[in-house]
Design a protein around this ligand. Structure first.
Ligand SMILES: CC(C)(COP(=O)(O)OP(=O)(O)OC[C@H]1O[C@@H](n2cnc3c(N)ncnc32)[C@H](O)[C@@H]1OP(=O)(O)O)[C@@H](O)C(=O)NCCC(=O)NCCS
Length: 223
């Protein structure tokens, strides 16, 4: 019998190799709202249930994305080379001043991009940002059956409390240091540079295909 496929980290549930530690995760502004909606709408009913705690309809997802507050909260994203948003996380600050130093974390990774460490990297990125922003506790609400999410939280040192079908994890964050602040700036700059490069390649590709189409229309054979 052949052995079960394992990835680099030795997990047996997937054979996809894990991504190197540095993943370009960028902060998203309101101009990414449409792509955030498209990302969430491409999740199936089960993933929507795991993400929101209910099987959100397209309409409910629209309401959620329309209501995103990019000034107050922080949204992070991972784009692939075709500039599709393959993973995103929402670090939500309380709307009411009930807990000034708390934030809630929510995340989703497209099925095709799972098992590569993107969920864990987004968690680390959000925790680093929260810490640098003076947040002392990060909360995660998940279903008790959500093994992957609870594993991410536990591996980062969060305390998980299960209450029937639901679980709450909370992570105590250390105070910011000069090092954590510089690290965040460096990560953000690298992610922005990566995004700009992908955007330029996309632009170049579309110019090439337009030229090709014009050549074909003019009956000129391609080189
Ligand atoms: C939860 C989710 C974000 C994980 O994303 P991911 O990129 O696949 O996660 P990672 O690759 O970083 O894996 C994190 C850990 O979970 C483990 N894991 C991933 N999928 C798993 C699965 N199906 N079963 C068991 N463990 C799993 C990984 O092995 C890894 O553990 P390790 O660090 O010990 O190796 C993703 O499954 C998802 O989008 N689910 C739907 C939405 C959701 O549940 N959101 C969370 C609630 S807000």
């Amino acid at each position: 019998m052949s052995p079960k496929p394992t990835n680099i980290a030795g997990d047996s549930h997937t054979s996809v190799p894990r991504t190197p530690v540095m993943v370009p995760i960028r902060s998203l502004g309101a101009n990414h709202r449409e792509r955030i909606a498209a990302h969430l709408e491409s999740l199936d009913a089960r993933d929507r249930y795991l993400r929101f705690g209910y099987a959100a309809s397209d309409e409910q997802i629209r309401r959620y994305t329309d209501g995103l507050n990019f000034e107050r909260d922080e949204i992070f994203g991972i784009y692939n080379r075709k500039l599709a948003l393959i993973a995103m996380a929402h670090l939500a600050y309380p709307a009411k001043k009930t807990c000034d130093s708390c934030a809630e974390f929510g995340v989703s990774v497209l099925k095709s991009a799972r098992g590569r460490g993107f969920g864990a990297r987004l968690f680390e990125r959000a925790a680093m940002h929260a810490r640098n922003d003076g947040i002392t506790q990060m909360f995660i609400h998940a279903l008790s059956e959500n093994t992957a999410m609870l594993k991410i939280a536990k591996s980062a040192g969060a305390i998980v409390q299960r209450d029937g079908a639901e679980a709450e994890a909370h992570l105590i964050l250390p105070a910011a240091t000069l090092d954590s602040q510089i690290t965040e700036i460096v990560h953000e700059q690298m992610a922005l540079a990566d995004y700009r490069m992908k955007a330029q390649v996309q632009q170049f590709r579309s110019i090439l295909s337009r030229l090709q189409a014009m050549r074909c229309a003019a009956g000129t054979p391609s080189q």
